[in-house]
Design a protein around this ligand. Structure first.
Ligand SMILES: NC(=O)c1ccc[n+]([C@@H]2O[C@H](COP(=O)([O-])OP(=O)(O)OC[C@H]3O[C@@H](n4cnc5c(N)ncnc54)[C@H](O)[C@@H]3O)[C@@H](O)[C@H]2O)c1
Ligand SMILES: [Zn+2]
Ligand SMILES: [Zn+2]
Length: 367
């Protein structure tokens, strides 16, 4: 079928919204009509050139929609179901999957993280060429074909605006708190970067019963949103981030520091903002060639812990369903995350706004 999609032909250049040929879903695959898609900083890393990419590419990996067609053998969804897309469709059979760590699935490294469907190819073609779906998802489009392990069926009465960012920002941020840090009640938390992922770390920390949640950002907009999501303090540091965090924690630093930016500079900020015996969780991703440095002597002597956390460090299929249920019970905010809305033709505007650090999430409504 002919669909409309935003294609990246050259990194650093604007995306082109154009007609694309999409093959029907193959065995175990599902055709989804995309109703809403969040614009994540990982899309910007891919389009700007921070990360090497298969080109041409349809970006977009966080979204929700309606099942329109199912391939042979599909058992997890039916036509008409409302679904949230999941960009880590684990195989369920490799050693990491058997160990209960589906995010470390070997098939993801070989296919999804190389912008291929699990069988190793793509269902998209434009201008006579194969077009890769970013993270096997490619949802900056009117439709996407994804594997059935790459979506979660949700209740049809939850709005698509609320669902737009659950499949990346929300599960990554909340899961970093609950699964990676296993935050104890009453914890003192600092969050560096209060963008899409950062404010979800904030709400995860609130949910886990943190006593203090300090949100740090370079911009005022994200900090305002962070306050609404449960930050007890917001800081726009004029000097060193660690000085600002220490000032708010009796000079000791936070027990848990989340680095949602993931740059060499913020890793240093995070380690310095963390008290003795504390934990730093890094969810942010830098340029592919970035190296962070650690002063080893104090790191060891002060018994700090450093954890990398991908996609919420749990089982995203279960976690996404659980987050939607929490939203239905009023325990987490989802609609409030969607601060800007765009149609598909405005995709470049949406990416530019994200790059400026305006805060919250821009959401694309492709229909
Ligand atoms: N680990 C994962 O599974 C995962 C999932 C989603 C996104 N990511 C990555 O997480 C990062 C954040 O994604 P996002 O969508 O939340 O981005 P975002 O652009 O919405 O938020 C980033 C925020 O960090 C702030 N910031 C930048 N540099 C800063 C600094 N030095 N000090 C303080 N604040 C600073 C920005 O102003 C912005 O508000 C990206 O690198 C993205 O690729 C990782
Ligand atoms: Zn993302
Ligand atoms: Zn696997």
């Amino acid at each position: 079928m002919q669909i409309k999609a935003a294609i990246l032909w050259e990194q650093g250049a604007p995306l082109a919204v154009e007609s694309v040929e999409l093959d029907p879903p193959g065995r175990g695959e599902i055709l989804v009509e995309v109703k809403a898609a969040g614009v994540c900083h990982s899309d910007l890393h891919a389009t700007s050139g921070d990360w090497p990419m298969t080109l041409p590419l349809v970006p977009g990996h966080e979204g929700a929609g309606v099942v329109r067609q199912i391939g042979d053998g599909v058992t997890r969804a039916r036509v008409g179901d409302h679904v949230v897309l999941c960009w880590a469709p684990a195989c369920g059979r490799c050693a990491p999957c058997e160990d209960g760590t589906p995010l470390l699935c070997d098939r993801l490294d070989k296919t999804t993280f190389r912008n291929k469907l699990p069988w190793g190819g793509t269902r998209l073609r434009a201008r006579g060429q194969d077009v890769a779906p970013f993270l096997g998802t490619g949802c900056f489009a009117t439709h996407a074909v994804v594997p059935e392990e790459g979506l979660v069926v949700v209740a049809p009465d939850v709005g698509f605006t609320a669902l737009a960012a659950v499949g990346c920002a929300v599960v990554t941020g909340v899961g970093a708190v609950t699964n990676a840090a296993k935050l104890p009640k009453g914890a003192i938390v600092a969050v560096i970067g209060a963008g899409g992922v950062g404010v979800n770390v904030v709400q995860g920390a609130r949910l886990a019963g943190a006593s203090t949640i300090i949100a740090v950002d370079r911009q005022a907009g994200p900090l305002e949103i962070a306050r609404g999501f449960g930050a007890t303090h917001v800081v726009m540091p004029s000097g060193k981030t660690a000085d600002a965090v220490k000032e708010l924690t009796n000079g000791r630093g936070a027990e848990y520091v989340f680095d949602t930016v993931g740059s060499p500079a913020t890793l240093t900020d995070a380690l310095l903002s963390c008290r003795k015996g504390g934990t730093v969780v890094v969810t942010g991703l830098s340029r592919i060639d970035a190296l962070g440095s650690i002063r080893l002597y104090p790191f060891v002597m002060q018994e700090k812990r450093l954890i990398g956390s991908v996609y919420g460090s749990g089982n995203p299929l279960e976690d996404i369903g659980q987050l939607v249920r929490l939203h239905q019970r009023g325990e987490i905010k989802l609609d409030e995350l969607a601060t800007r809305s765009y149609n598909l033709e405005q995709i470049n505007e949406a990416l530019a706004a994200l790059g400026k650090g305006e805060g919250g999430r821009g959401v694309i409504f492709p229909a």
